[in-house]
Structures are given as C-alpha cells and as structure tokens.
Design a binder for this molecule. Structure first.
Ligand SMILES: *Cc1c(COP(=O)(O)O)cnc(C)c1O
Length: 429
C-alpha cells in the first residue's frame, strides 16, 4: 500500500518540480498522466479513468500487468534473496534462465551475459565484438556498420550506431564514435525481394571489411528509429556477407524478441543465427529492467585465449535473481500460451482495424506485422492533441514524429484491439 495519497494535481505539480521524463525537458512541457495501478491490459489513472495500454509499456508487458504467475515468481524469489553479487557467486535463477534462453534462441548461441538494460546489453555486445578482434590480433577491425533508421539505445556506444539524424549525432559530433551507415533496407517485409536491394550494404562490407568489427542491426523490424518492417531476405544476405568477409553480425532483438513479430525471435524469419544477440524489454514480461547479450562459443573462446583473457565488463546488479526468476516465469508463460495464435489473431485485428486509416488525408502508410500496428502520417503528429483524443477514447499510446503505433499486450482481446484502432482512426481523422 502506498504510504501517501497525493492529490492528482499536486502529484503533477510536484513531478514537474523534481523529475526528468524520457526525451523531455525538465520541467516536462506536457503534463504526464499519473498512473495509480495497472492490471491486465489496463492502466488505472489517479483520477479513476482506465486506459487500455496499446504500448505494452514500450514493448515489455507482453502478458499484461499484475500477472499472477509473474507476481508469484517474484514473491517466491524474494523469500530466498532479492539480490546477490555475481562476481564469484552464482545461483539457480541465473543458470536456469541462461539455459532456457540458449534453448529458445537461434541455434549456435552458447554463452549469456546478463545486464540491467537494453542499452547496456548493446554496449556489451559491441565490446564483445571489439575485444574479439583485439584477441585475434586484428585491432584495426574496430568500426561498426549500422543501418539508417536504426535504434540501439541511448548510451554512447549504442548512440553511435543509432540513425545519425534521429540519434542527433550533431549534438556530440566529436564524441560519438564515427561509424559506417548503410541505407535503411528498402524492400518491405511482404514485398517481393530483389537481389539488388542488398547491393549497397554488400559494397560497404566489401570496401570496409578490413576495418569492420561487426554489422549491427535490428532484424526485420526497425523499431524506435522509424517502425519499418523489412524483408527477411535482406537479413539472410547480410549473414552471408558477414561470413564471406569475416565480419561479426550483432542482432539487436531488444524490441523484437519473445514473439512480437510472429516468430519467437525475428532472426527466425530468415533462419539465421547472429554471432551476438541482444535481448531486453519483454525479457521479464515488463517486470524488471533486465537484459542479456548472447554470443557464440568462438567469440567467448577467442576472448578467453587473448589478452587479458577476460571480458572487461561486470555490472553491479548482473544476473539479479528477482529479474532472472521473473524472466523464467515470463518465458514459461509464453511457451505455455498459444502465443502464435494470439499474435496472428492480433495481427488480423490490427489489419482490419487500421485499414480504414489509409483513406485519411493525414495518413501516408499503414503497416502491420505480428502484434505491431503502425500508422505513418504525412506531417509530424501533434502528440499532445492526438494523445488527448486517444485518452478520451480510453486508449494509451505514445505517438512520436510521423508515427502513431501500437504493440499491445499479447493478451489483448478483439474488442480491445478494436478500441485501440478506432481511437487511432478518430485521433488522426
Ligand atoms: C529499447 C531498445 C534499446 C534500448 O533499451 P533500453 O532498455 O531502453 O536501454 C536498444 N535496442 C532496441 C532495438 C530497442 O528497442
């Protein structure tokens, strides 16, 4: 039970006095909505209103809020230990979760490094790639090739591989490591593949392979950098190019992992295994900030045989037992659910519900893949105004730039998806 019960308007005012919000000024210019509690697909606001969460709290809450099995897993773990350092110690939740992740991710991945957030998992992946080449005696292979419209997190290494424009590289121009960028993949997920669509990245890899540590990309779905769905053949092509030119492939599945795109992992659409894989967001069903970086054995072995023989990274809260336990329970829930069916239902409902948006003058494109529905607008979305209409229609979404999009919890019903898509239509109309 909360010890205080601050009045709604007081809470908003006191928030403005002391808090930063994501990608915002402080004080935040648009007052946030205050949430009192959340259950199932619903956010309950302080003022009593209820909203369907069409965002799954940024891809994470796939099973819904206040989920009994996830609550039970965390409560049970709490009785044993909330946390213990991972240097020199180990515990059952970490071992079981690592084994589980290796069992469900693309074949060939063999080692798991746990960390606290997606951005950190990307930093660790980049460090693995860079240290691998140092260990192989090829330290000149230290640059990264990334895709325009990509997003990989907000820390400095991750920022360097985000889209240079969306990622605002100009702000820190001489501090962000200069990387190499390929055009965003141009053939849509369900478009017809044309070999020439891989020519540009092929030329970049061929030209730069002697200085390239890795290619980093979000497989199939480019998330926060533009909500684009691209053809799996592109991924296959990049895998082949990386093999041919001895460049590592790092797949960032922080947004796409755990079923969101209709496959358990987006790499499965192309049946490829990356050398390094980053997971986060839905890993704990949205209960804890937690992430993982997986790699193939040849990477860990090469680093072990190099100098200094260890991977130089070790977060204080590495492999936090509460997070490991709830992640295990979340994956169990997913496996026991008929998730393929749920996602394919949601995909169908989103297609039907969003299709009418195509006729709106404000709309440039409508696209749906798995449990992700995107409406791209011609002009920048007036976030405050659009959000007001969405909230008035009982729906929580967080549009940005030219995008009004939804990735609802997998438990969302047909009526709830209808309510979300109808709210998007009203707001954009
Ligand atoms: C959200 C996201 C990240 C960053 O994760 P955080 O937990 O916010 O640090 C990295 N990569 C992708 C693809 C993401 O969607």
């Amino acid at each position: 039970m909360p010890v205080t019960n601050i009045h709604y308007h007081d809470l908003i005012r006191r928030d403005a006095d002391v808090l930063w919000h994501p990608y915002a000024a402080a004080p935040v210019p648009i007052a946030p909505y205050a949430v009192k509690s959340a259950s199932g697909t619903r956010l309950k606001l302080h003022d009593g209103r209820e909203l369907i969460d069409g965002m799954s709290s940024w891809w994470a809450v796939i099973h819904g809020y206040n989920q009994p099995r996830l609550n039970a897993a965390m409560t049970a773990q709490l009785q044993d230990m909330a946390h213990v350092m991972f240097g020199g110690l180990t515990h059952e939740p970490a071992v079981l979760l690592a084994e589980k992740l290796l069992a469900i991710t693309p074949p060939g991945l063999a080692k798991v490094f746990f960390s606290d957030s997606g951005s950190v998992a990307v930093e660790i992946g980049l460090k693995m790639a860079l240290q691998y080449w140092v260990s192989r005696g090829l330290p000149e292979k230290k640059r990264l090739l990334s895709l325009r419209q990509g997003y990989h997190g907000d820390t400095f290494g991750a920022m360097s591989v985000c889209d240079p424009v969306n990622g605002m590289h100009y702000l820190f121009s001489d501090l962000v490591m200069p990387q190499i960028f390929a055009e965003a993949p141009r053939i849509a997920f369900s478009g017809s593949w044309d070999e020439s669509a891989g020519d540009e990245i092929a030329a970049l890899i061929e030209t730069h392979h002697h200085e390239l540590a890795a290619v980093i990309l979000e497989p199939v779905v480019q998330g926060a950098g533009g909500m684009r769905f691209y053809h799996p053949a592109y991924l296959k092509k990049v895998r082949e190019l990386c093999d041919r030119f001895d460049v590592l492939l790092l797949a960032d599945e922080i947004a796409t992992g755990f079923g969101r795109t209709g496959e358990l992992f987006a790499c499965n659409h192309a049946r490829i295994t990356p050398d390094i894989l980053c997971l986060g967001k839905a890993l704990t069903g949205g209960y804890m900030s937690f992430a993982a970086t997986l790699c193939q054995d040849f990477i860990s072995e090469t680093i072990a045989h190099g100098d200094p023989g260890v991977l130089m990274h070790g977060p204080t809260f590495m492999a936090n037992p509460l997070a490991c336990s709830v992640a295990l329970a979340s994956i169990d829930l997913l496996e026991e659910s008929n998730w393929r069916n749920s996602i394919s239902n949601i995909e169908g409902w989103l297609r039907t519900g969003l299709e009418p948006c195509r006729t709106l003058p404000a709309v440039r494109d409508v696209r749906v893949l798995g449990a992700i529905g995107v409406v791209e607008t011609r002009d920048l979305v007036a976030v405050e105004k659009v959000q007001e209409i969405l909230v008035a229609n009982g729906v929580w979404l967080r549009p940005f730039a030219h995008l009004c999009y939804t990735m609802p919890p997998f438990i969302a019903s047909e009526d709830e998806i209808k309510q979300i898509t109808a709210a998007i239509y009203s707001a954009l109309a």
